[in-house]
Design a protein around this ligand. Structure first.
Ligand SMILES: [Ca+2]
Ligand SMILES: [Ca+2]
Ligand SMILES: [Ca+2]
Ligand SMILES: [Ca+2]
Length: 317
């Protein structure tokens, strides 16, 4: 449960978010190999529209096809990807846990199907935007903290290649025009790192009241440098990293000062030999096993470490 959060955090509709510095989301066709960095061949994202926004809006996808530019080929391009948009009851992942899309076999398609389309390799949408909508905000699933919630599911229905893509929640069908106070989040983040040494990626799980520790799980990090967790209170603690086609998990204790804000998971690439096309999956849960949302525009802003000031006591001689 997200208690008393401020969903209004400014403009934040690109997914991946502006502060995340992640080039692409990635979903492989379901005949793919998990060793390429996608553990389950689908990805679920939620978009939230503030309740005072009453105009129609659009969900746009950059490079929805799998072929040509950006995408990750295995053999020939033969992958088809289904994108589906849901609204209405059953979408809200706080009331319907299955909707979070964390576990295979659960019905992550809860809600009313509003729009969907399958993409193969299509020159028309290669390196270009496709637009779903218009949608009415009230077609979403209402949650008092977030506003109207919509869900977009990306599934690799067949093939074995990696589809790389991005989203934008827009007021306009032709351009990316953000909606003030809107946001986006996911519970299982599957993304691509930049192919360079210096770009750090970040993701920001929100720490709600009652969280004592966070269990992080990362998949197929290819032993690529370090993953650090930072916050207002933590300068950066290193977590165990996965290598090839495996998960690594660990527990991170949460201090009272970190409640009601976001953690900053930082992904630093290894120097030396470049690990190319690194796709990675990450999940965080609280001590009760409830998944924490990674919020595209971090709630409370990007956390900045506040060094503790050491008070040297005056010792009379
Ligand atoms: Ca493409
Ligand atoms: Ca292929
Ligand atoms: Ca693509
Ligand atoms: Ca990887």
């Amino acid at each position: 449960m997200l208690l008393g959060i401020q969903a209004s955090t400014g403009y934040s509709q690109p997914v991946p978010g502006k502060d995340e510095n992640i080039p692409f989301l990635v979903t492989f066709g379901k005949q793919g190999e998990t060793s390429w960095g996608d553990d389950d061949f689908y990805q679920v994202f939620f978009f939230t529209i503030p309740k005072d926004f009453t105009q129609q809006f659009y969900i746009r996808i950059f490079d929805p096809d799998c072929g040509g530019e950006h995408d990750e080929i295995q053999g020939d391009f033969n992958t088809r990807t289904l994108f589906s948009v849901y609204g209405g009851k059953g979408v809200d992942p706080e009331r319907n846990e299955d909707s979070r899309g964390l576990y295979n076999g659960l019905n992550y398609k809860g809600g009313n199907l509003l729009a969907s389309r399958v993409f193969g390799g299509e020159a028309r949408y290669d390196n270009k935007w496709f637009t779903f909508g218009p949608f009415n905000p009230t077609a979403g699933d209402f949650n008092p903290n977030w506003g109207f919630i919509f869900k977009i599911v990306c599934e690799g229905v067949n093939g074995d290649d990696g589809n790389l893509y991005r989203y934008f929640l827009s007021r306009d069908p032709e351009n990316n025009l953000p909606i003030e106070g809107a946001n986006a989040f996911t519970y299982e983040y599957t993304f691509r790192m930049w192919n360079d040494f210096n770009s750090e990626a970040h993701i920001y799980p929100y720490i709600d009241t009652g969280v004592i520790f966070v269990q992080q799980r990362n998949f197929d990090w290819d032993n690529d440098g370090t993953i650090l967790v930072a916050s207002r209170y933590k300068q950066g603690i290193q977590v165990p990293i996965s290598n090839e086609n495996d998960w690594k998990d660990s527990k991170i204790p949460i201090e009272p000062q970190e409640i009601g804000a976001s953690l900053d998971f930082q992904f630093h690439k290894r120097k030396g030999e470049l690990v190319k096309n690194n796709n990675v999956v990450i999940i965080t849960e609280n001590q009760r096993g409830e998944a924490l949302p990674f919020v595209a525009s971090p709630i409370g802003g990007v956390p900045v470490y506040i060094p503790k000031i050491k008070v040297t006591q005056y010792k009379p001689k």
